[in-house]
Structure formats: structure tokens, C-alpha cells
Design a binder for this molecule. Sequence first.
Ligand code: AMP
Ligand code: MG
Length: 423
Amino acid sequence: MSVPQTLAEAISCLSDYDPNALPVARAREIIDRVVVPVEAVERVALRSALGRVLARDIASPIDVPAADNSAMDGYAVRAAELVADAPTTLTIAGTALAGRPFDGVVGPGQAVRVTTGAVMPAGLDTVVIQEVVRLDGDRLTVPAGQKQGQHRRLRGEDLARGKPALCAGKRLAPADLGLLASLGFPEVPVRRRLRVAFFSTGDELRTVGEPLGPGELYDSNRYTLYGMLSRLGVELIDLGVVRDDPDSLEQAVRIASECADAIVSSGGVSVGEADFTKRIMAKLGDIAFWTIAMRPGRPMAFGRIGRASYFGLPGNPVAVMITFYFFARDALLRQMGAESAPLPLVRARSLSAFRKRPGRTEYQRARLALEPDGTMSVRSFGSRGSGVLRSMSEANCVVVLHHEQGPVEVGDAVDCIAFEGLV
Ligand code: AMP
Ligand code: MG
């Protein structure tokens, strides 16, 4: 874990820092250096751990499986008793079912009927599947060609006692809950939930349910933010709409910094508005105002207020989502204590041309589709306006046009990030 740095220290590591034309990768580097994981750990019941961040490495307390057992329905035999190139006839000594071991003694020339998961009777090392044997009363004929040890799972084969099962930092998924259950854990240590305060800024905003006056619009950002933050599994503190006046902003930021680990706001950071925001933020915390070399997005504030990290996202509804996904999301995951994992890129053939000049990162709303020939294609949407939320709702991915990338022709391969799984 890197030592927490002040914003100034994090920025001073960069030789080419320009707050007015900051590449996406640079902004991400700075953010990554400044945010720190929460430390507190709590134990929660296994089911409540879904989506939470595992706080400690988990070693297996048992061998999985706990004993050698049959992988198939069939007959357990001693391989050494089988004739190599001719059928062998054995007698059946009994039956072992899953959960009901055979507790008799298996004498020479004997076999035991086994079902999948049944513990291998003592002394038997090989399973012959039921489909190939011939049965005549209690006499069993096994064809030649069986391999010693076949269709048998060994004790500890999946996970030996003491071996690492899960590493700290894992966000627990359904398979992990199952794995932890298979090891017998009724509860697990997880990091405490991150508390995130969020609010919208703007005199023009109304909350749903209120009538709209002239020039007003509904505050949608608090709903997209609610959705994205909820899916991250953080504890939400909704501070509502904050009016564009210094006192209201100062009060909201103070409340937020006292009760939250991270603060996310939308609006109020664009050039026309930044001046009074800057003044207040400078008074309350350690904040940088950036123009990021990206589209949509561009204006963004980042820093620390008290112990809380602060993400001042732009007001445009699409820009809010894109900056959340590509800056705030990773940082919040890091604060949650989660291991960082780059978002998976899907490579797809573009059915659209994109105008693009090197020197900024673009995130184009698009739709990924599976073509009849089994390849992935991607088609851009008509609307590129950063305020058009509908296109975000209709899209199923963004095409990432990287910083150095130039124009894209129809048929070129491009990188896409699918929304499914993003948060
Ligand atoms: P700002 O960054 O505050 O200048 O806002 C940029 C644009 O986004 C303006 O057209 C705002 O009206 C719009 N906007 C800002 N906040 C919100 C919000 N919470 N919901 C919907 N639109 C917003
Ligand atoms: Mg505004």
C-alpha cells in the first residue's frame, strides 16, 4: 500500500502537470496516489458479505474434498487386481453413496458400487464407470483398459488445508460466497462500508415531484449517482440539491466532510462557475481544479476535504456518468479496500467512423453486438451531446478512443467497455 500523499506531493511527482490539459491517465495517477483505503474491519454473516470487500486473506481450514471420492457413478476397484488385456470378474462387497461411506472390509477380488461423491472405500483406488461393466447377480465384469486412479477425486485436490482460498481485497461475488461456505465459514471479515455523501449543485434544479418553473429542469444527476454508488455497495448520504451560493455550498461540504469518507458532487466546476466554488473549496480543503483532455467530461475538481476525498464532477448528465466511471469508480473501490482491476476491454470491429484527433481521450456511446459470424461489432450513436442522457440509457457500451489515437475508419478494431458489469 502506498503512503498517503497530499495533493501537492502527488502532483509534484508528475513532470508534465498542466491542470488545463490533463490527460486522463495523469488524473487517474494523481487520484490513485491520494486516496487511502478505510481500515476498519467488521465480521458479517456470509450472505451479507455479497459485494463487500474481503479484509483478510482466507486460508482453507480443511481439505476440499475432505476424502478421496468417486467422480462418477460406477464401481470402485483395486487397479492392481485388474487383468491388463482381458476382462476381470470381481464380486460386489457393498455400496457407498455420497454421504454414506461403505464401512465394511473389501476383500481380495471384490469391488464396491459407488455413486458420485461417495468416499472411496479403504484400499480401492480406481472407479470403473457403470456404463462399461457387465453385471450378473453380484458378479461384476470389468473390461480391459482401465487406468489406475481414474474417476477418483483426491482428498485436498480442490484446495488443501492451509492453502490460500481468497485474498484480501476481493469484492465477494456469488462464487466466493459458495467457496467460503464450502470451507465452513459462517461469517467473514470485511472492510467497513465506505460512506459517500453526494449532492447536486445548481439554482436551475428541481427535485422530482416539484413543479418546474421557467428555465428550470429536474435534477437527474443525483439519481444516476445514486444508481452508480448503490451498485458499488457504499453507504449513501444524499445531501440533496445545493443552491449556487457560497454559504449553501460551504455548509453542504462541511456536513459531507464530517460524516463521509468521500464526497461526490455534480455541477459548479465549469469555467463560468468555478470561481466561487474554488474560493470555498480552497478554504475547506486541498482541491485541484482540472480541465481534463477528454470528451465528454473536461472540467473536474479533485482533492481532499478533511479526511474525505472529494470528486467535483461536471454538471452535464452524460459527463457525470463518464467521469464517475473513469475517475471516481476506481478511486472509491480503492477506498473500499478493493484490489484494483482494470476494466475489461472488448475489442470490436467498428461499423462507424469516428472523427478523433490525438491528444484527448474520448468515450463514445455505442452499441456492441454479436455478429452472425461470431465476431463483435460496435456501432456509434448519432447523438454526441454530453447532456443527452437518453443515449446513455440506450447505449450498452462506450467506445474508448485513447489519448494518442487518431480517427477511426469503418472496419477498424476499437476498444469498448461494456456497461454490463461496470458497476
Ligand atoms: P454546470 O457544470 O453546473 O455548469 O452544469 C452544466 C450543465 O449541466 C447545465 O446545463 C446544467 O443545467 C446541467 N446540470 C447540472 N447539474 C444537473 C443535474 N443535477 N441534473 C441535470 N442537469 C444538470
Ligand atoms: Mg451549475
